[in-house]
Design a protein. Structure first.
Length: 103
């Protein structure tokens, strides 16, 4: 499900079962990240699949990339392996107005 920046931020703030997933590349990470994010680069291919299969399927996943395209794909992949609650940050990190940290 695509959420606007405001919806994503508000829902994340009130979610005790949230997991923030950053699917950007290491180079993109140098721009900073959203607080408490875990990075798994979607471009790793099989490595990405290996890592996401270790994730807790009961969590609610808040997923983002630079623009919202790759994170949308990542949400579909997460759904395909049984993770039902995925929320894509519409517009991605390049439009993020919240807190930025270094991972």
């Amino acid at each position: 499900m695509d959420l606007t920046q405001e919806e994503w931020t508000e829902q994340l703030k009130n979610d005790d079962n949230a997991f923030v997933l950053d699917v950007r590349t290491p180079e993109e990470l140098e721009e900073g990240a959203i607080a408490n994010a875990t990075n798994i680069d979607i471009y790793l291919g099989q490595g990405f699949m290996d890592e996401i299969q270790k994730l807790d399927t009961s969590k609610n996943y808040y997923v983002y990339c630079r623009s919202g395209n790759r994170s949308g794909q990542a949400c579909a992949i997460l759904n395909s392996i049984g993770i039902e609650n995925t929320f894509n940050l519409d517009g991605g990190f390049m439009n993020w107005e919240g807190e930025v940290v270094n991972l």
